[in-house]
Design a protein around this ligand. Structure first.
Ligand code: MN
Ligand code: MN
Length: 460
């Protein structure tokens, strides 16, 4: 009789051949480049679009593929399958937005002989992780004349970076007695922006230049480099993100470190799988959403009608006799999102039987939500069983977990917003250490297994 007990499979043991390890190396190199290049939702969508175009996709609907982009922040790719769309699709969704610091709309001020830029954080961050580290500035400034100026400062090693200063230990005694939630104030997350004052002759010509000569200098530099005036910043989206490239971690380089792996590891894996499975049975859809980190709100988030409109257009073009509701009910979806790996130093926060283990494959989250499954999508048992069979046939290791102990935390994803349409959906993605920090860590083996799992899903 075979073993009755369930045992997790270690991806390093499952994928141990020379060929597999070589593929793993190639894949993780490409992934690190992707992470290094894509630090905002716009950059992520632009890169996904670029790679899709290389594979033959173009915006609009063609007989063999479709692409829809909204505001440069969310993208849908579709490829018809052998079966008509009326028999359902296979959708993989992930999100391209990541926690960061946004510059306020009126950010610039001068204090203590430096110019600073005020920020408003986006998504769930631990504020202290953003202090005393190199930051880069990515985003756009939209002008009244309709031009949109892209900004990327602090990534080229020859260029200066930005930073938020932190308190010295010698003066931190009062701070250390406070609760962490009170010790770090959002209004003190101000980015160092400049130090040398403007030349006297120039600044006396300006209204405030005499009182704020360093801010004046910053404005002059922004004007020289980008043609900007202070008012233009009101229509800007500038993100402060960790500066520098993503890199392998550990003596063996078997871990991958970098900013924004929640959820760009699923964006990357999903795209890899989507582009690899060119002759699917069912219509394939890859959707990269924006605004997941702030509740999937807005016109580019998963709560918007964008995806529904895209699908209606696809039905009209590819299977006009199908009913939209029937298409949804026949469809299967994955919410590709990351999970919290069991932290070796905080094991007490996890229920070990139901915790995600690094290197043991992508992780299902049957339900999300918090304390009593409130606000959850709860995938149906039948769908979990279907998936188990699929992965067993594909030989891909997988696991299932909850996000921490029952009363200790929780979270949500895009799954519940898609579930509203009646399709089968479950959260499924690799586990990370240091999730939501400026330097998240994944396992090279999990990345490889995730691409394999997503490919099997698209093939099904
Ligand atoms: Mn996520
Ligand atoms: Mn997140």
């Amino acid at each position: 009789m075979s073993t009755l007990e369930f045992a997790l499979k270690n991806c390093w043991e499952v994928y141990s051949s020379g060929r597999q390890r070589k593929e793993m190396d190639v894949l993780s190199k490409e992934y690190l480049t992707f992470l290094t290049r894509c630090k905002t939702e716009r950059e992520t969508v632009a890169r996904v679009r670029e790679l899709a175009e290389k594979a033959g996709f173009a915006e609009g609907i063609a007989p063999d593929g479709a692409m829809f982009v909204l505001r440069g922040k969310t993208i849908v790719l579709a490829r018809p399958g052998k079966k008509p769309l009326g028999q359902g699709f296979r959708l993989l969704g992930a999100h391209g937005d990541t926690p960061h610091l946004d510059l306020k709309q009126r950010p610039l001020l001068e204090n203590g002989f430096v110019a600073q830029a005020k920020t408003h954080y986006y998504g769930g961050i631990l504020k202290h992780q953003w202090l005393a580290r190199p930051l880069a500035l990515h985003g756009v400034v939209a002008l009244k004349n309709g031009r949109v100026i892209p900004v990327c400062l602090g990534e080229d090693p020859a260029e200066p970076v930005f930073a938020i200063a932190d308190l010295l230990p010698h003066l931190a005694q009062k701070q250390m007695e406070k609760k962490v939630s009170e010790a770090f104030e959002a209004e003190k997350l101000n980015i160092l922006f400049g130090h040398a004052p403007a030349k006297i002759k120039k600044r006396v010509d300006s209204k405030n230049g005499d009182k704020e000569p360093v801010k004046r200098m910053v404005l002059e530099l922004l004007h020289d480099r980008f043609g900007l005036e202070e008012e233009d910043l009101y229509s800007a989206e500038l993100h402060a993100v960790p500066a520098g490239p993503a890199r392998p971690v550990g003596l063996d380089g078997a871990l991958l470190g970098g900013y924004g792996q929640d959820d760009r590891i699923c964006v990357f894996s999903g795209l890899q799988a989507f582009l690899a499975e060119t002759k699917p049975n069912h219509t394939q859809l890859l959707v990269i959403w924006d605004k997941e980190e702030i509740g999937s709100e807005g016109s580019t988030g998963a709560k918007s009608r964008f995806f529904e409109y895209c699908l209606q257009d696809l039905v009209d073009a590819w299977d006009p006799r199908a009913r939209l509701s029937a298409v949804f009910y026949a469809s299967k979806a994955v919410s590709g999102d990351v999970h919290a790996a069991m932290d070796p130093d905080f094991q007490d926060l996890h229920d070990k039987l139901n915790a995600a283990q690094l290197g043991h494959g992508p992780c299902f989250c049957k339900f999300t939500g918090h304390r009593g499954k409130v606000g959850a999508n709860d995938a149906h048992a039948e769908y979990v069983a279907w998936f188990r069979a699929l992965l067993e046939n594909a030989g891909v290791p997988w696991q299932m977990a909850e996000l921490g102990k029952v009363d200790l935390g929780g979270g949500g994803t895009v799954a519940k917003h898609l579930a509203e349409y009646g399709l089968d959906i479950i959260d499924f993605g690799p586990a990370l250490l240091s999730m939501h920090s400026p330097w998240e860590i994944s396992s090279k083996a999990d990345l490889y297994a995730t691409v394999k799992a997503y490919q099997a899903f698209f093939r099904s």
